[in-house]
Design a protein around this ligand. Sequence first.
Ligand code: ADP
Ligand code: MG
Length: 351
Amino acid sequence: MIEDKNQERTDLSQLGEFGLIDHLTKHFEIKQETTIKGIGDDAAVLDFKDNQVVITTDLLVEGVHFDLSYMPLKHLGYKAVVVNLSDVFAMNANATQITVSIAMSNRFPLEAIEELYAGIETAAKLYGVDVVGGDTTSSTTGLLISITALGTVSKEDVVYRNGAKPNDLLVVTGDIGSAYMGLQILEREKEVFKVNPNSQPDLEPYTYIIERQLKPEARQDIVKLLKELEVKPTSMIDISDGLSSEIIHICKQSKVGCDLYENKIPLDPQLISTCEEFDIDATTVALSGGEDYELLFTISQEDFPKIKANPNLTVIGFITDENSGMNLVTRAETKIPLKAQGWNALNNQES
Ligand code: ADP
Ligand code: MG
C-alpha cells in the first residue's frame, strides 16, 4: 500500500557498518544533563547522581510485532521508541536516554533505514530523550528492532504495580480500545488491496483509530500532571495488552480485588461506530485489545478532588479486598469475573 517503487535504493554494503552507523546517528544531539558520553565510544557514560534509575527494553520482530505492508518505517521507528517510554512513565519516572539496536536483511536499502531513523529521531526529540548508543547488524530474514529506555525517578516518587489498597479509585487516562480497531481496519484494507491493488480506500471515517495504531503516544504529560496536582498514585501500569489484563496485574501484585464499571470505560465515538460496523462488542475490545499505551493507576480516595475536573482522567472503578475478586460491573448491573482474555477472546468472537 505504501511502497513507492520509484524510490532511490542505495545498497547498505556501499556504506559499510561504521559508515552506516555514522550516517544514521550524526544528527543526534545530547540534551540531557545526565548524559556524559553518548554515541561514539565503546559505551555510553551516564551520571544519575542521587536519583534512582529505571531501565526497560523491548524487542520488535517483523511479521510478529509489525507488518511493513501497512506500517510505514517512519511510524515503526516512532512507535518503537514510544512503547518503551510508556514503560518508563508507568514507573512515574522521567525518560532520559534510549539505545537503539537493529538487525536487517539486505532487502532493506539505506533509504528504508533512514526512514526508520527519521521516526526514531522525531520521537526522541519530542520526548526529549538522548539516543546514546545501540548496535547494528545484519539478519537473514526481515527487520528486528530493539530499544532500551532509561529514566530517573526519586525514591519518593517511584510507583510500582503492587501498592493498590482497598477503597482506592481505579483511574485510566485517555480512551481505550482504539488501537486494536485501527489494526482491524488496516488488516481489512490489506486484504482488499491484495485482491484489487487499484482500489482507493476511504479511510476518513477511521483516521483517529488508525492513528492510535500507527502513531501512539506515551503519556509523559500525565507524569507531569500528577506531579503538578500533587497526586502520587498508589500503583500504576501502562496499557499495552488490554485493560483487563493490566487491571489483573495490579490486583494480583497488590493482593486486592476490584470492581470495574463497564459504563465508565472511556471509548472514542469512532471506536464505537467501527465496532458497530464490525459487529463486535466495544467493551470486549477495550478490555482485551491492547496497544493503547494509556496509563492505568490507583489513587487514594482523598486525592479524588484533585483529579476530578481533568478530562484526561476517568475513574472507572475502585479497589476492593482480595476476597471480593476482580469483577466487571456490567451496564445491566450484574457482576462478572474479569478475565485476562487477550487476543483470543476477540478472535473467537469474530469467527
Ligand atoms: P562496538 O563494536 O564496540 O559494539 P559499534 O561499532 O557497534 O561498537 O558502535 C559504535 C558506536 O555507535 C557505539 O557508541 C554504539 O553504541 C553506537 N551505535 C551502533 N549502532 C547504533 C545504532 N543502530 N543506533 C545508535 N547508535 C549505534
Ligand atoms: Mg556494536
